[in-house]
Design a binder for this molecule. Structure first.
Ligand SMILES: [Zn+2]
Length: 114
């Protein structure tokens, strides 16, 4: 029983916790590259054009990776519902007082809240 348990644990399995792990790694690598790039530009190793061009390329790749991570981690189960906008009339346009229910007149300043 014990042996079986250990053997089962030894079987290599894809990491179920973070399916975006390799993307996170690439993201970190690009951040490193951007840092290096900035440093080399600052010490004068790169021309302005080279710097801008490389930065743009890296940023474009980064955007693609971030979008991919978003897409992979977006699932209906974990998606937080967008908060409902405050009901009309619950916030006084004159003084900014908030009320749980829409009112015709503000309970704070007495002005019309329509
Ligand atoms: Zn008011």
């Amino acid at each position: 029983m014990f042996t079986l348990f250990v053997r089962a644990k030894d079987i290599p399995q894809p990491d179920p916790v973070s399916p975006t792990r390799h993307l996170e790694d690439r993201k970190a690598a690009i951040y490193d590259n951007l840092r290096d790039l900035q440093f080399e530009y600052r010490v004068g190793k790169l021309s302005d054009a080279d710097y801008q061009q490389t930065k743009l390329t890296l940023q474009r790749e980064l955007a693609g990776i971030l979008a991919e991570i978003d897409r992979m981690s977006a699932s209906p189960a974990v998606k937080t519902p967008t908060p409902a906008p405050p009901a009309a009339g619950a916030l006084c346009p004159s003084c900014g007082a908030k009320f749980p229910k829409p009112l015709k007149f503000c309970g704070e300043c007495g002005k019309a809240m329509a």
